[in-house]
Every structure is written in structure tokens, then in C-alpha cells.
Design a protein around this ligand. Structure first.
Ligand SMILES: [Zn+2]
Length: 320
């Protein structure tokens, strides 16, 4: 079995996964109840050892998805959504409990991309992008069949591409980052801004309420998603110029609204995409070529099909 660990700001999920992607065993810890990252790692280690002992299965590899972790060193530092102050190598700390077993640590967006590659819709493509939309915005980039790490392992931080000069302040210290418009909090801000522009009292004060209002057809809530889609669509069209992907998979809590976001996202993406990434008129004789980008934007299969997508993505890290 492979073990997948997803360390999130609120919960840490630990699961045992078989080769077909079935989650055999599953446990949830409260991340906020740990004040030291080292204590969390020790509890994760003992949970995995217990799972292996009870089931009698051999651990073939352990993958850990964690925000802001450096995949090259396994070091966790400056994670905005985690409260840990100390800087430790999650990889080295965990590996000492599992001699001879590969332990791979990567950020949650890369874990989602690798999960899509191993278990999802990206099985047959070498060039794709996985965009995670949740508390933040992240990216996992596959190019020429390889996950792109770059100089220090931090490639793919697409949430901090500046999309609005002098725009909303971001947690990274700069202004106008994509994350401030297309994350859950960003979409809430879009909504509040649109309400002010329309001299309307906001009917929602959380992202979840905006998403519910959009599902019920509220025009201002739909505009908030439309703004996120416009900013994200432009950014993804720019990224296509760098890596020429065949697919872009959308993952994470915000992606759960489905077509409310995906339909305008495809529209804005197509509007901004450079001609050479579009299908030619010969390939699409019946319709105008501009309307059909050769890049497909789809919901992640990991999210659509599997219940424990984050565990699966993490476990996949150990199989790449
Ligand atoms: Zn930023």
C-alpha cells in the first residue's frame, strides 16, 4: 500500500491507498491542535505504523502534500495557513520512522497534479496544468512529461502572478496577485465590491454563502465568479504561452461550484489564448476556430470520481 498524507490548515488527513486508487483506510487529525510541526509529524508516523500493523499490509511509499513546503528539501516555512513557527524538514522528520521506505513531500498543488497524472484524466498527456482553487491559488505544472520544479523547487506559484497592477494587497506583501481575485476569499471580495458598485447591501458575508447564492442564480454572486473566471482565464492563457499544455485541470474547494466557474473560465481563456494554441479551421471545420482552443479546461477527475482526492494526490507523490 501507499500512504497519502494531506496537511491542511484545519485538518490533516492520512490514508492508505492501493495501486488502483482505492482508499483502504482513512484518519483525520485536527491540525490546529498541534502547536509544534514536529508533534504533528510524530502523530502522522504512528498513525501510518498503526494502519500498516492492523491491516498487515506492506508500506511501499509515503507521500505528503503540504502548503508552502519546499519539495527539494522537504522544509516547511512561512506557511500562511499553518500556525507552526519552527522550520523543520517534514521529509527528514518522517523518514526516520520508515527506514528504507521512500518518503516524498511536496506542496498540495503539485500533489494534485501528480494525483491527476497517476489516477486521473492526465494519464495520457505529458503537458498539463493543475490549478488548485481554495484558501489560496496554486499550480502544478507538467511539461514534457515531467513535473516542473525550477531552481529552488518553487515553480508553479501561479496564485502570486500579478494580474492587477496596484490591485488588492496580498499576504505575500505585494499587490494584485491572482490569488486575491480567484481564491475563496478573493471571490468574496469580488462579491462585496460588486455590491458596493451596485449600491446593494450584501446578502452574503462568507465565500460559502456567495457560492450558495450563485447556485440559486443571484446575479451579483454570479458576477463575482465571472470576475474570478476573467482574471484566471487571462492568467491561464498567459501560462499557455510558456508550457503549451493540452489540458488544464481545476481542483479544490472553489472548483466544486463546477460550471458556474468553468463555463465563464473557458470563455475568457479562449478569448485571450494565442492563435497557435487553438485548433485550426481544418481540425474544426464546422465552427469558427477561435471558439475552440486546443487546450481543454476540465474539472479534476480526482475530485469528480474519488472521495478522498487530497489523500490520493499525496499518495501519488510516492509513485511518480
Ligand atoms: Zn501574492
Amino acid at each position: 500500500m501507499y500512504c497519502g498524507v494531506d496537511i491542511g490548515g484545519t485538518h490533516t488527513q492520512i490514508g492508505a491507498v492501493d495501486a488502483s486508487g482505492n482508499v483502504l483506510d482513512h484518519e483525520k487529525l485536527n491540525t490546529t491542535s498541534f502547536t509544534q510541526a514536529r508533534d504533528l509529524v510524530i502523530t502522522i508516523a504512528y498513525t501510518i505504523l498503526r494502519m500498516a500493523k492492523v491491516s498487515g499490509r506492506k508500506i511501499e511509499g509515503i507521500g505528503v502534500g503540504c502548503p508552502n513546503v519546499n519539495p527539494k528539501t522537504g522544509m516547511l516555512r512561512h506557511a500562511a495557513n499553518l500556525k507552526f513557527k519552527e522550520e523543520i524538514s517534514i521529509k527528514d522528520e518522517l523518514a526516520q520512522y520508515f527506514p528504507g521506505i521512500p518518503v516524498v513531500v511536496d506542496n498540495d498543488a503539485n500533489a494534485a497534479a501528480v494525483g491527476e497524472r497517476i489516477y486521473g484524466k492526465a494519464r495520457n498527456t505529458d503537458d498539463f496544468l493543475c490549478v488548485t482553487l481554495g484558501t489560496g491559488v496554486g499550480g502544478g505544472v507538467f511539461c514534457n512529461g515531467k513535473l516542473v520544479y525550477g531552481l529552488n523547487g518553487m515553480a508553479g506559484e501561479i496564485g502570486h502572478m500579478i494580474v492587477e497592477p496596484n490591485g488588492r494587497p496580498c499576504g505575500c506583501g505585494r499587490k494584485g496577485c491572482l490569488e486575491r481575485y480567484a481564491s475563496a476569499g478573493g471571490i468574496l471580495d469580488n462579491y462585496l465590491e460588486i455590491c458596493t458598485q451596485n449600491n446593494t447591501t450584501p446578502q452574503a458575508s462568507t465565500y460559502r454563502q456567495v457560492a450558495e447564492a450563485a447556485k440559486a442564480g443571484d446575479p451579483l454572486a454570479l458576477q463575482a465568479f465571472d470576475k474570478a473566471a476573467r482574471v484566471l482565464g487571462q492568467a491561464l492563457a498567459n501560462i499557455a504561452c510558456v508550457t503549451a499544455p493540452t489540458h488544464i485541470f481545476v481542483f479544490g474547494g472553489v472548483a466544486q461550484v463546477g460550471e458556474i466557474l468553468l463555463a465563464p473560465l473557458r470563455k475568457y481563456f479562449a478569448e485571450n489564448l494565442l492563435f497557435c494554441y487553438k485548433k485550426t479551421a481544418e481540425e474544426h471545420p464546422a465552427v469558427h476556430a477561435e471558439e475552440h482552443p486546443a487546450v481543454c479546461i476540465e474539472l479534476s477527475e480526482l475530485m469528480e470520481t474519488f472521495k478522498d482526492a487530497a489523500i490520493l494526490g499525496a499518495a501519488a507523490l510516492a509513485r511518480l
